[in-house]
Design a protein around this ligand. Sequence first.
Ligand code: NAG
Ligand code: NAG
Length: 212
Amino acid sequence: MQAITTLIALLALAHSALAGVYITSPVAGTVATGGQVLNVSWADDGNTPTVASVGPCTVDLYTGSMTQQTKLQNLAASVDVSKTSSISATIDPTVGQSGNYYFVRFTSLGLKDATNSAYYYEAFSAKFTINSMTGTFSASVLAELAANSTTSSTTAASASKTSAVASASSSSKASGSVAAAAASTSKSAALPQLAAPGLLAALVGIAGWIAL
Ligand SMILES: *[C@@H]1O[C@H](CO)[C@@H](O)[C@H](O)[C@H]1NC(C)=O
Ligand SMILES: *[C@@H]1O[C@H](CO)[C@@H](O)[C@H](O)[C@H]1NC(C)=O
């Protein structure tokens, strides 16, 4: 019963944090293959901003941590998320190495982030695995991945930890010690979104668990 309560609390939290584009594929359990097609699909989660206001987005394959992310490959240059709900792209196997290092990020081309107008709206998939990759990560990417100690809550089991990360995120982000590290990589925008990969992964895990 305690577990159920925790899950409901997490769902409520995630729901408020994941307004807009809800990425339904890839999910945390996805194992994609370099050189082969990656299907990316999404839905409107019913909260604001609506997918109509998010509008055209660039869809990119990323790696990195909560605070520092590196774009590896463009998957779609401009897709209106309100007019279609999936794209497919062939994963360039040279952009990285095999493993659980990857996520997909949607970045609106027009809608600004609700809490920080310096950034555009972003939506994240769960972190997922790509195998048969032939590339190697740069030193700056490896540093980002090593700084991942606070992002380990990408499993459904760590529901309480995910909540803790989400609620603590505004203070931890403010410290910004990692944020200065890699100047050549894009800085992520707002905090609710930073927590999103973990929350999404948790949600997907919960959904699978409930489906059982
Ligand atoms: C991607 O979607 C297409 C069309 O629905 C499907 O035929 C294909 O099997 C999917 N590929 C993967 C890797 O899921
Ligand atoms: C992130 O941290 C977790 C826990 O330390 C680890 O299992 C995972 O492999 C790390 N992810 C990356 C991409 O380094």
